[in-house]
Design a protein around this ligand. Structure first.
Ligand code: GP9
Length: 409
């Protein structure tokens, strides 16, 4: 019965996987590079410190890119692997543990596999141990042709946990150019901006006074370094003639685990309310550069990591409506709902935040236009739909439902 409920839900949801018909297939055959940046929160974009931009390269990229500035990460305990799951499969991570470790043998409509079926060569890139988060196993299941992990990189820029992102991008693009036939789908996971963010002075010159030698200051410096690395990557793609036929996506995987409000208040110049803090910890940037720089602008609709897969397929002219995706096209018409793993949910007008005890009446409901806390009752539909989606997503993953529901071809 639950499986039928799931089938019904996906059938009803299918129209939300579509974007404007004018853009269906507009970028058919384009290469795709998706960059997942470690702990990259949204507040750093277009932000300055001591008169210096924290992310000058990304800010410049925004001029001919789509910038989703109310974009939420949808991760749980599986952190980086959860962001990867949400993006590649458009399903929710589980309430406990990582799907990568718990259910790597189950079936998913994963982006690399779908693109491979449609003539793409596919590669995953991450300069860390290939076994971490069980990536070796999961990436084979997802349909990557190959996975370039730590052992495949020259450690010529040792930094933080492993190789610095600048060299990581450089070596990854070298491999793509040498081996990946076009069109390609390349998924790159950066690592330099990983906790505890310590950055040697030789790698970045951002003046972060008065936050020097604090974790917040080091975080800003590591973000500044990652921004420069992305700038070099873009230059490299341009030099190699790949920029004009590649869709580039950049997003943050999850929050930075820094929970103090004071440094943020000091940097941003205003008090940090509970709702502000909720946003800081749950919003990451999504920047999309389309090959012709079209659709550029700042998008205020609420969106999330699970929206990436259906959107990409739509642009590439691959019908996403038969896929078991819970996200929505970034530009879908119709009412959107972004559901977080905590059970929090927003449709752009209201923002529901559950209480620790899970009792609806003890949760918080914000009017997301006025940012005022209001009576909880208007948030009941958001709470109910969030609960349903999380239950169905868990069912699809843990009971391997996709092959059972897919009509035989
Ligand atoms: C290491 C990296 C760790 O491969 O994915 O990131 P985390 O999950 O700890 O954020």
């Amino acid at each position: 019965e639950e499986k039928q409920q799931a089938k019904q839900w996906f059938d009803n949801h299918a129209p939300m996987l579509k974007g404007p018909s004018s853009t269906f297939g507009k970028y058919k055959g384009s290469n795709v590079i998706v960059i997942q940046a470690e702990a990259f929160e949204n507040f750093v974009i277009n932000q300055t410190i001591n008169g210096q931009e924290i992310t000058p390269n990304l800010n410049a990229l925004l001029k001919d890119s789509m910038y989703m500035n109310r974009f939420f990460h949808q991760t749980g305990q599986g952190r980086t692997s959860d962001a990867d799951l949400a993006v590649q499969t458009s399903l929710h991570p589980l309430p406990t543990g990582s799907v990568f470790i718990r259910y790597p043998d189950h079936t998913y409509d994963a982006l690399p596999g779908v693109l491979k079926e449609n003539g793409y060569s596919t590669g995953a890139f991450h300069a860390y141990e290939g076994s971490f988060w069980n990536r070796y196993v999961m990436y084979e299941k997802f349909g990557y042709d190959y996975f370039m992990s730590k052992k495949d990189y020259q450690m010529d820029e040792p930094l933080g946990w492993s190789l610095g992102d600048r060299s990581f991008f450089k070596q990854s693009v070298e491999r793509i150019a040498a081996e990946q036939k076009q069109p390609f789908y390349s998924f790159m996971i950066g690592l330099t901006s990983h906790h505890p963010y310590t950055m040697p002075d030789t790698y970045t010159a951002l003046n972060v006074a008065p936050f020097d030698k604090t974790i917040f200051g080091e975080y800003l410096r590591s973000i500044h370094y990652v921004d420069a690395a992305v700038g070099s990557l873009i230059e490299d793609l341009k030099k190699r003639g790949l920029w004009d036929n590649t869709i580039l996506m950049f997003y943050g995987d999850h929050d930075n685990s820094i929970l103090e409000r004071e440094p943020l208040a000091q940097l941003l110049g205003h008090e940090i309310s509970d709702l502000d803090m909720l946003e800081m910890k749950n919003q990451v940037p999504l920047i999309v550069h389309l090959p012709d720089g079209a659709e550029a602008g700042v998008y205020n609709q609420v969106t999330g990591q699970m929206d990436i897969a259906p959107t990409l397929l739509h642009w590439l002219g691959i019908d996403p409506t038969s896929k078991f995706y819970m996200g929505s096209n970034l530009q879908a018409e119709g009412e959107r709902l972004v559901v977080l793993r905590t059970g929090a949910a927003t449709n752009g007008d209201l923002f529901f935040v559950p209480s620790a005890d899970g009792v609806f009446q003890n949760g918080k409901c914000y009017d997301y236009k006025t940012r005022e806390l209001i009576d909880v009752e208007p948030c009941k539909p958001l709470h109910d739909e969030a609960k349903l989606r999380l239950k169905l997503s868990d069912l699809v993953i843990t009971r391997n439902v996709i092959p059972q529901l897919r009509p035989a071809s």
